[in-house]
Design a protein around this ligand. Structure first.
Ligand SMILES: Cc1ncc(COP(=O)(O)O)c(C=O)c1O
Length: 424
C-alpha cells in the first residue's frame, strides 16, 4: 500500500499539463516490428546521408568507400570524449550550417554567422523554445494556419499558451491568407508568434515568399514570424533563411530529420537575427547537443555526405513522380491535395470511383490505411479530419520496392470493393 501522503497530483500539477493527452502516432495503433514499412512520418526512407558501414561485401559498404565517410568513422570514441560535457556553444557546427546556407547573391542580405544560429534537440525543441521565449503562459497566444504541423499546438498546450487559427485556403491549393492573418494580428496584441510551415505539412505546397513577407510587413504588430522549413531541401526553391538579417522578427527553422535522413540524431536549428538568436541560446539547456549528435551532424555537412543526400533525393523524386503518375490510374483514388514540394504526398480516397460520382470519404481512407497496415505492413498517416483534407492519407515516399507494395495494396483494396466501408 502507498504511504499516506498529503501529495495530490491533480491539485499539485499545472492544470494545462494535467489536460495533456499522450502523443500518439500510427505506430501506436499498428504493430511496428522489423518487417513494417514506415511511410507515416516523412522520414527519409533512402537512408542517412552519413552511411552505416555494415560489412565489406554489402552495397552500402561499396557506396561508403566511394563517399569515404561513415557513421562509425564519425563516432570515433576517443574523439567524442564521452566523460566530458559537450561544448556548450558549438560554434564550428553553427558556422558549418551558415556555410551550407550562405549562397545568396543579394548584397542587402548580410551573410549568416554563428550568431544567427541556435541548435535544438530536433525542430520540436526549437518550436518549444520560441514559444517559451515570446509567450507568457496563460496570457499570450500563437497563430497557426491549419492544416499544419501538430507540434505548434502541442507546445502551446504544454506552455499554457492560446492558439489562434487562420486556416490555409483549401480552395486555392492551401494558400496562405496574409490579409486574414494581418486582421487577426491587428485585433489581438496577445498573439506573439505566427507559425508558417513551408513547404507545408501535410499539404506539401510551398508558401510564396511574397505572402510571408506580407505578414512580416504588418505595420503595428509586435511579434515574430516563424517559417518552418523542415522540408525545404526537397523543394524546387531557395530557403528564406538568407533573409533573416533583413527582418528584425523572422525566424527560420530547419532540421536534419528529413533531407539529411537523420531523424534519430535529433538535431534542429533556428536561424534568426542576432538579438533573437541570443535569447534562444540563453534559454536552451547549455548541453542540449550531445557529442554524438554534434559529430554526426558535422559529418552530414561534409561534401561526401551532401553528395549522398543529393543521390537519395533524386531517388526519392523518382518514386514521388511514380506515385503521382500511378495513383490516379487506380479507380477510387481521388485528387492529390496541395503540392509536391516534400517527400510525401497527400491524396484523397473516394466513396466510389470518380466516374460513378464518388466523393472524398473518410471511411474509405481509413479502410485503405487499415488494410495497408494489416495486410501489407505499410504504415501511412490518416489526415481525413484535418481542415480541407477530407478522405485523405499522407503517404511518405518510399523506395522503389516500398512504392510497388503501396500501389499494389491500394489497387487491391479498392478493387476488392467498397464493401469495406460497411466493415468499419
Ligand atoms: C513541419 C515539420 N516541422 C518539424 C518537424 C519535426 O522535426 P524534428 O524531427 O527536427 O523535431 C516535422 C516532422 O515531421 C515537420 O513535419
Amino acid at each position: 500500500m502507498a504511504t499516506k501522503s498529503p501529495f495530490n497530483l491533480s491539485r499539485c500539477a499545472r492544470p494545462n499539463i494535467l489536460a495533456l493527452q499522450p502523443y500518439t502516432s500510427t505506430r501506436d495503433d499498428y504493430a511496428n516490428d522489423d518487417g513494417v514499412i514506415l511511410l507515416d512520418a516523412n522520414e527519409n526512407n533512402f537512408g542517412p546521408c552519413v552511411p552505416i558501414a555494415k560489412d565489406a561485401s554489402s552495397d552500402a559498404a561499396a557506396a561508403n568507400t566511394a563517399h569515404g565517410i561513415t557513421v562509425q568513422s564519425a563516432l570515433d570514441p576517443a574523439a567524442l570524449q564521452l566523460h566530458r560535457y559537450p561544448d556548450a556553444h558549438q560554434i564550428p557546427l553553427r558556422q558549418a550550417f551558415c556555410d551550407l546556407r550562405n549562397t545568396c547573391k543579394d548584397t542587402a542580405a548580410r551573410p549568416l554567422t554563428p550568431d544567427n544560429v541556435c541548435l535544438g534537440v530536433g525542430s520540436d525543441e526549437s518550436i518549444d523554445g520560441i514559444i517559451r521565449a515570446f509567450c507568457t503562459p496563460g496570457k499570450d497566444k500563437i497563430l497557426v494556419c491549419p492544416p499544419t504541423y501538430a507540434m505548434y499546438q502541442v507546445s502551446s498546450d504544454v506552455n499554457d499558451v492560446g492558439v489562434v487559427k487562420v486556416d490555409l485556403d483549401a480552395e486555392k491549393g492551401f494558400a496562405l491568407r496574409p490579409d486574414a492573418i494581418a486582421e487577426a494580428l491587428s485585433g489581438d496584441a496577445s498573439i506573439k508568434v505566427v507559425f508558417i510551415c513551408s513547404p507545408a505539412n501535410p499539404t506539401g505546397n510551398l508558401i510564396p515568399h511574397a505572402d510571408i513577407k506580407k505578414v512580416l510587413q504588418h505595420p503595428t504588430w509586435n511579434g515574430v514570424v516563424v517559417v518552418d522549413e523542415a522540408y525545404i531541401d526537397f523543394a524546387p526553391t531557395t530557403s528564406l533563411v538568407e533573409e533573416v538579417n533583413m527582418w528584425p522578427n523572422l525566424i527560420v527553422t530547419h532540421t536534419m530529420s528529413k533531407a539529411f535522413g537523420l531523424a534519430a540524431v535529433r538535431l534542429g536549428l533556428t536561424y534568426s537575427p542576432h538579438p533573437i538568436s541570443q535569447l534562444l541560446n540563453n534559454l536552451r539547456g547549455p548541453y542540449n547537443m550531445s557529442a554524438p549528435t554534434v559529430a554526426l551532424a558535422a559529418a552530414a555537412l561534409q561534401p561526401e555526405a551532401r553528395a549522398r543526400q543529393e543521390e537519395n533525393q533524386a531517388k526519392m523524386a523518382e518514386q514521388r513522380d511514380r506515385l503521382i503518375r500511378e495513383l490516379p490510374k487506380i479507380p477510387g483514388v481521388g485528387k492529390f491535395l496541395g503540392g509536391f514540394s516534400t517527400n510525401f504526398i497527400l491524396v484523397q480516397f473516394l466513396s466510389k470511383p470518380a466516374d460513378e460520382g464518388g466523393v472524398p470519404d473518410n471511411a474509405i481512407a481509413t479502410a485503405v490505411m487499415h488494410d495497408l497496415a494489416t495486410e501489407s505492413k505499410v504504415l501511412v498517416r490518416y489526415r481525413g479530419t484535418q481542415v480541407g483534407c477530407l478522405g485523405s492519407l499522407r503517404i511518405s515516399v518510399g523506395t522503389e520496392q516500398e512504392v510497388t507494395k503501396v500501389l499494389a495494396r491500394i489497387r487491391k483494396t479498392l478493387k476488392d470493393g467498397y464493401g469495406l466501408k460497411t466493415k468499419q
